[in-house]
Design a protein around this ligand. Sequence first.
Ligand SMILES: [Cu+2]
Length: 67
Amino acid sequence: MSNIKLKITGMTCEHCVRAVAKALEGVPGVDKVNVTLEPGEAVVHGKADTAALITAVEEEGYKAERG
Ligand SMILES: [Cu+2]
């Protein structure tokens, strides 16, 4: 069990926050996510692959990097 923190770029409102959270929740190994708009960040609890998390966010149209 570990936490992975991601910097998310491109979120502008709560709708974006929910879209990113939903995308991250769909990645295997994710237990819980906490996404914030200000700052644009996601903390992912579980044992998911970081690259898979970044890909999931990018598929929603946002940019993610390890933060
Ligand atoms: Cu939005």
